[in-house]
Design a protein around this ligand. Structure first.
Ligand SMILES: C[S@@+](CC[C@H](N)C(=O)[O-])C[C@H]1O[C@@H](n2cnc3c(N)ncnc32)[C@H](O)[C@@H]1O
Ligand code: SF4
Ligand code: SF4
Length: 310
């Protein structure tokens, strides 16, 4: 049986931020949000399918009152638990409760710029200070922290400063690329980075790779897309998709966790489906097909950042 390395689990679409790039258009709580018992059932189901890492995402996962209970449940099963957060609700008290339930919890804090102006361009006024306070609270409790940084058309210029900032804080740096989905689609003209910008980001990564612990998404590195091969995302209503960026594309839905087991859903999906447009292209081994969600969202058969033909 093949299992994904990591599954993202969207616990809520409720959020106290309103970031312009947000692929899930977060804000309001969905009426389809799973209850505590339903969410626990999903965690157990993922465990039974051999999933090693569960990443709680949202919306803002710290909004859920049962977040501690859900993390504790996964931890008890022996799963490596992870959370992606804007950190604004990560008060000293919340962080210390998280430490109590899972001292090894992997914490991803979203930061879209190393200074207020760049971060708040995407995340809105007053968000930089709140996020930084939360991040400091996580560091004070010695959590393993990763800054989640999404490259866009504006912040790419300051990427070297962002890297130095992560280095100073001694945290890992996850580098991802903006994909025009959800609310982000409305702002695509001002947010989509071009080929030269991504080349620049990769140059900076190369320069600092021995001193900073980077985790580089394949939509930046140009590696082969792992959607439906090494990871999957469970949306707020239980729908399973190969990557969260396919959330509005029914043709890529893998199934619903309320109806079938994760193992059944995962094993019946053929990830080759995402690469149909690249079939028979002799340059595939060079370009690897780029970001399949990006190509799809732009109505293209190729990702212009990596495609070697166009
Ligand atoms: C949807 S958020 C949920 C967790 C939490 N609210 C946060 O902001 O970290 C998860 C991650 O997706 C990123 N993200 C949101 N919209 C995106 C988009 N259109 N393209 C790429 N990444 C995006 C966010 O910046 C964040 O790092
Ligand atoms: S990216 Fe995260 S913080 Fe921003 S609106 Fe979306 S869910 Fe909320
Ligand atoms: S579709 Fe794009 S963002 Fe999603 S896993 Fe593939 S390369 Fe990464």
């Amino acid at each position: 049986m093949r299992s994904p390395e990591i599954v993202e689990f969207e616990l809520t679409t409720a959020c106290n931020y309103s970031c312009i790039h947000c692929y899930c258009n977060a804000g309001k709580r969905s009426i389809s949000e799973l209850t505590t018992d339903e969410a626990k059932k999903v965690i157990k189901d993922l465990y039974d399918a051999g999933v090693k890492i569960i990443d709680f995402i949202g919306g803002e996962p710290l909004i859920r009152k049962d977040i501690f209970e859900l993390i504790a449940y996964g931890k008890k099963l022996g799963i490596t638990m992870m959370i992606n957060t804007n950190a604004s609700l990560a008060s000293k008290e919340v962080v210390s409760r998280l430490k109590d339930v899972d001292p090894e919890l992997l914490v991803g804090v979203s930061l879209d710029g190393h200074v207020k102006e760049i971060h708040e361009f995407v995340r809105g006024s007053g968000t930089f200070e709140k996020t930084m306070k939360g991040l400091e609270n996580f560091l004070a409790q010695e959590f393993n922290v990763t800054i989640l940084h999404v490259i866009n058309r504006i912040n790419y210029k300051y990427f070297e400063e962002m890297v130095k900032f992560a280095k100073k804080l001694n945290v890992n740096l996850y580098v991802d690329r903006f994909v025009p989905v959800g609310r982000g689609e409305l702002y695509k003209d001002i947010l989509i980075p071009d080929k030269e910008m991504i080349k620049y980001v990769n140059k900076v990564i190369e320069k600092y790779k021995d001193t900073v612990n980077f985790i580089v998404e394949e939509n930046i590195s140009g590696g082969e897309c792992t959607a439906g091969r090494k990871h999957a995302s469970i949306l707020v209503d239980g729908t399973v998709v190969p990557c969260g960026h396919f959330r509005y594309d029914r043709e890529y839905y893998m199934g619903n966790i309320k109806e079938k087991s994760f193992e059944e859903i995962w094993n019946s999906f053929n990830p080759e489906k995402l690469f149909i447009q690249c079939n028979n292209c002799e340059l595939f081994n060079k370009c690897h097909g780029g970001c399949r969600a990006f190509a799809h969202k732009l109505g293209l058969s190729y990702d212009p950042i990596f495609c070697e033909v166009k």
